[in-house]
Design a protein around this ligand. Structure first.
Ligand SMILES: Cc1cc2nc3c(=O)[nH]c(=O)nc-3n(C[C@H](O)[C@H](O)[C@H](O)COP(=O)(O)OP(=O)(O)OC[C@H]3O[C@@H](n4cnc5c(N)ncnc54)[C@H](O)[C@@H]3O)c2cc1C
Length: 321
């Protein structure tokens, strides 16, 4: 019997884990490397819900987002997955350049923002997938472990280190691609969020109020609620700031007064991997050293992950055929 091709996935964020899943589907042997524990990744600092925020280019993102949406439709029937669908109210003071995503979902309607107290350019009510990150990511990881994937905590200097032990490497290093492959087009978009106790009267629906680059988000989850947030380009600071925590809480209380009685449970920071376009392509870094890059998903990693993973698996199969 021919032994399966050995693939190294760099990164145990949402991008790395979804790729690992699709590569296992195709019968490859998969090892996953991460320089940090799962809890420390950007992916664990996210809210998160399905929406292509700050992820480009539109045409590819649109196709990846649709495939990812369809995967969440399947996952919502598995309660342990942490995927569910909820109403989302979106109030945009300026035209929303990501509104094309409405064409990809099953249910949405335009609403009059003024009726909700938010006179704005565009407002929508839309049913969207919510990813309960602290449930979904460990679920995905344990699925991969039970299917034979191996996990290693190790800081790698460059993809070349993985050869000749592996037949192919997939680079899902997120914002750290800036150093890992020296891609200076990748930059951090610092996102701080605040976690609060779930207010009794708060219905399971997300509210978002957006003006230019500033957004105010209240995202109830099964056991808590996430408040957002910041989007600071070029800021590598991973420590939560007390000033931001207070500002975020007050901004959110203005749009959803029900949260005022909630307890603040903590704050966290993640560095979204900003890039003018996602880099998803095969590169031969030397003869017989194929690397598929898959990074730069900005504020939309959870929105495009499964579509990107499908493409990575397809490129891998084509390379070995
Ligand atoms: C506050 C906030 C809210 C967000 N909300 C949403 C949302 O609602 N919806 C949405 O779709 N997206 C959202 N995002 C964006 C989303 O979280 C990111 O796009 C996504 O997490 C990026 O995933 P990733 O796997 O590429 O990166 P990461 O999660 O950062 O994972 C990178 C992995 O690579 C590893 N790595 C890097 N370099 C090396 C190395 N040299 N050696 C070994 N390992 C290495 C790291 O250790 C890590 O395991 C949000 C992000 C933030 C911060």
């Amino acid at each position: 019997m021919i032994s399966p091709k050995k693939i190294a996935v760099v990164g145990q964020g949402v991008i790395g884990l979804t790729c690992a899943s699709r590569l296992l589907d195709r019968g490859y042997s998969v090892d996953i490397f991460s320089r940090e524990e799962l809890q420390e990744t950007t992916s664990l600092a996210a809210g998160a819900y399905w929406w292509p925020h700050k992820v480009y280019p539109k045409e590819r993102v649109s196709a990846w987002s649709k495939e990812t949406y369809d995967e969440y439709v399947k996952l919502r029937s598995i309660p342990e997955s942490g995927i569910y669908f909820e109403k989302h109210y979106r109030f945009c003071l300026d035209m929303d350049d990501s509104a094309y995503a409405l064409q990809l979902v099953d249910k949405w309607e335009e609403i009059d923002g003024a009726r909700y107290g938010f006179p704005c350019e565009q407002a929508f009510r839309v049913v969207l997938p919510v990813i309960d990150v602290p449930t979904f990511m460990p679920y995905l990881k344990s699925m991969l472990q039970s299917r034979g994937a191996s996990f290693h905590i190790r800081h790698l200097e460059s993809p070349a280190q993985l050869f000749p032990e592996f037949d192919l490497a997939v680079n899902c290093s997120g914002v750290w691609a800036h150093y890992f492959v020296g891609d200076k087009d990748v930059f951090p978009i610092r996102g701080q969020t605040v976690r609060i106790s779930l207010p009794g009267g708060l219905k399971q629906s997300t509210r978002l109020y957006q003006k230019d680059d500033r957004f105010t988000l209240v995202l109830p989850r099964s056991h808590d609620a996430i408040l957002g947030g910041t989007a600071q380009d070029g800021n590598w600071d991973r420590h939560p700031s007390a000033g931001d925590t207070e500002k975020i809480f007050l901004q959110c209380a203005e749009i959803v007064p029900e949260i005022v009685e909630s307890e603040i449970l903590g704050s966290s920071v993640g560095l979204r991997p900003g890039r003018k376009a996602v880099r998803l392509e095969l590169e031969l870094i030397a003869p017989d050293q194929p690397v598929i890059h898959n990074y730069g998903h900005g504020g939309g990693g959870y929105t495009v992950a499964w579509g990107c993973a499908n493409e990575v698996a397809k490129i891998t199969a084509e390379y070995f055929s």
